[in-house]
Each structure stands twice: as structure tokens, then as C-alpha cells.
Design a protein around this ligand. Structure first.
Ligand SMILES: *Cc1c(COP(=O)(O)O)cnc(C)c1O
Length: 355
């Protein structure tokens, strides 16, 4: 049996919670969504949290709430999945792609500065692989920051959780994210005016005045799952961190031979959504690992600039060539982690560097 790259961590407690909702007869529009929202609000210490059907829906509603649309630019990093690009197109704004940092794969503040203009309506800031982006510098630019915390629930920037820094911020609870509701998401903000718009637009029924609205509601079945999952989030992160520490210690000797390990700067605490190692030829290494039963993956399918055939994103291109994401999730056993390490070290056989 190969060691899979990622998987949800779900137990009997979640199963029972979902079953209770099923048996209650109220599987949507019930009280569990509100309870889950309250749990997220308390966990983060934000003023309001609205559950939605996906992270993508949350990104869309955040742009809607900020009033970003036609004639405006939204800055976003190229080194992300297309969900962010889709949200920008949903509101008719122009996506402006920027490059990322080599160290952490996060949006490059210098590149954002170069592309900033009077037309910039918002900056989409994903915290890649669980590592907080440079929030302080980005917020100081004076343009609304939307944090995309899809990969970083529970990560900290200067001791405070991600999702509490930007004007309006989004989480995803897709199957393999930090916590899951199958599909799902959450929009959070301290700005109640923005949240009022989000709550108004995310469902359509029983409204006195017509507006274009969406059906982006989360079901109570999903929320039941989420309520249990968020109660486990700190334990999930602790387990991820301890596996990451084991990986780091075991792989440290390879750093002089072509491997680059993740760094965690002092003011940041990663949630270790991914443990991304860089090697000169990631594709070759991934192929060899898979042949040995370790399903390592490239952390990104394609950068956004490749779809529009744009050039000038050298760091993202380099990351595509070099990055390997090793299996990492709370239910990965110590024995499995040992196998991952053994096979990764074996790539560097007989003391040679990995060419
Ligand atoms: C998963 C992910 C999304 C999209 O979330 P969905 O719930 O799948 O719509 C957005 N941004 C980032 C950084 C993600 O990892």
C-alpha cells in the first residue's frame, strides 16, 4: 500500500455528529451552521464568521463585499490554484499576477509594490503551504488585503492567527485542508458592514428587495463535521508540527547535497499544511519516490501565468521545477514517516548529490 500524499483525519465522533443531524430532520438551515460559525469566531477571536459552501465562494463574496468589480485590478500571486483567479473573474475585475518568494512560495511584497496602481481594488494573499505571508508589509500598502487561509487555519503571524489581519478573510474546508467539511468555507472579518453584505448575498430566499444573490450556504451536515474538526484543530497542528520536526531533523544532512528545507521565520508559526522540500529536479524525484510507494506530489498543478502564457515569473517557474511536497497529515503514523524519510534519503544514494 503506497503512503498517500494527503487525507482527511476523521473519527467516530464526526460520524456520530453527522448522524445526529441526519436524524434530526433538519439537514440544512438549522442551528448547527450557527454553532460552527460561533466556534470559528471564538477560535480566531474575530467579530463575525459566515459559513459558505466553499473557499471559492468565500473569495467571491469577499470581493463582492469590498465592492471590487469592473474597471478594477485584483493583485494575486501566480503560484496558486485557479480558485483565486476564478473569484476575480466572477466579479469582472482584472487579475494582475505577481511573482512569489523562493523561501516560502508566498506573494512577493516587492512585486506587489511594482504592480500597485490607482486601479488596485484588493490584494489576494494566500498563506501557502501553511506559512503566513508577509502580512505587515502588505497591509501597510493601504489597499484592502483579503487573506486566503485555505491552507493555513491555525497558523500565526506575530502570535495572532491568520484570518484576523486582512480586511476580510477566507478559509476552505475542502476534504484535505487543515480541517474539513467535505466541501465548505468560512468568511471572517472584524468589519460588520462587510459581513452584512456577505450574509445578505450568500442566500436568496425571504428578501424584501431583489438583488443578485447566490446560493453559497453550508449545510448542517457539513457544519456538524466542521464543529468536531475545529475542536481538534490544535491537536491536528501539533501532530503536523511534530512530523515536520522529524522530517527536518532527518533531512538536515541532505541540505549540503542539493536539498533545501522549509524555514520558519521568528515572527511566523506555520500550520505545516505541507512540508515542501526543494531539489534540483522535483519531477524525477517524485517519480522515483512513487515507484517506492511514497506518494510525494508537486505542491501546485500549474502556476496561473502558464494558462495565459505570460512570462516574467522566474521564481514561480523555479519552484515548479524544484518543489516536492512530502506526505504530511495528522493520521500519518511514525512508521510511515520513517518510510518517507528512508526513501527520500535513498534518492541521494551513496553520498552523492541529487542531480
Ligand atoms: C483549496 C484552496 C482554495 C479553494 O478552496 P475551495 O474550498 O476548494 O473552493 C483557495 N485558495 C487556496 C490557497 C487553496 O488551497
Amino acid at each position: 500500500m503506497p503512503i498517500v500524499h494527503s487525507r482527511p483525519t476523521i473519527s467516530q465522533i464526526e460520524a456520530q455528529a453527522v448522524l445526529r443531524v441526519l436524524r434530526s430532520g433538519q439537514i440544512s438551515g438549522g442551528p448547527v451552521v450557527q454553532r460552527f460559525e460561533t466556534a470559528v469566531r471564538r477560535y480566531l477571536g474575530v467579530r463575525d464568521a459566515a459559513a459558505v459552501s466553499s473557499g471559492t465562494a468565500g473569495l467571491h463574496l469577499s470581493l463582492v463585499a469590498l465592492g471590487v468589480g469592473k474597471g478594477q485590478d485584483v493583485i494575486l500571486p501566480t503560484h496558486v490554484c485557479t480558485a483565486l483567479l476564478n473569484a476575480v473573474h466572477y466579479v469582472g475585475a482584472r487579475p494582475v499576477l505577481v511573482d512569489v518568494n523562493y523561501e516560502d512560495g508566498n506573494i512577493s511584497v516587492d512585486d506587489v509594490k511594482r504592480r500597485l496602481s490607482r486601479k488596485t481594488g484588493a490584494i489576494l494573499v494566500p498563506h501557502m503551504w501553511g506559512m503566513p505571508a508577509d502580512l505587515g508589509a502588505l497591509i501597510r500598502l493601504g489597499v484592502p488585503v483579503i487573506e486566503d487561509c485555505a491552507q493555513a487555519a491555525g497558523a500565526l503571524y506575530k502570535g495572532k492567527p491568520v484570518g484576523t489581519w486582512g480586511r476580510i478573510n477566507v478559509f476552505s474546508f475542502y476534504a484535505t485542508k487543515m480541517l474539513t467539511t467535505g466541501e465548505g468555507g468560512m468568511v471572517v472579518s472584524r468589519d460588520l458592514k462587510l459581513m452584512k453584505i456577505v450574509r445578505d448575498r450568500l442566500s436568496y430566499d425571504h428578501r424584501p428587495a431583489y438583488e443578485v444573490r447566490y446560493n453559497y450556504k453550508m449545510t448542517d451536515l457539513q457544519a456538524a463535521l466542521g464543529e468536531v474538526q475545529i475542536s481538534k484543530l490544535d491537536r491536528f497542528i501539533a501532530r503536523r508540527k511534530s512530523i515536520a520536526a522529524v522530517y527536518r531533523q532527518a533531512l538536515e544532512p541532505l541540505t549540503g547535497r542539493g536539498a533545501v528545507l522549509p524555514v520558519v521565520p521568528k515572527e511566523k508559526t506555520s500550520s505545516f499544511y505541507r512540508f515542501v522540500v526543494k531539489v534540483p529536479d522535483a519531477q524525477k524525484a517524485i517519480r522515483r519516490l512513487k515507484a517506492r510507494g511514497v506518494n510525494a506530489e508537486r505542491p501546485l498543478f500549474e502556476p496561473l501565468h502558464s494558462y495565459s502564457r505570460q512570462k516574467g515569473f522566474p521564481v514561480s517557474d523555479r519552484l515548479m521545477k524544484e518543489c516536492i511536497s512530502l506526505p504530511l497529515y495528522p493520521s500519518l503514523t511514525d512508521a510511515q514517516a520513517k518510510v518517507v524519510i528512508r526513501e527520500f534519503v535513498n534518492l541521494f544514494d551513496k553520498g552523492r548529490s541529487l542531480a
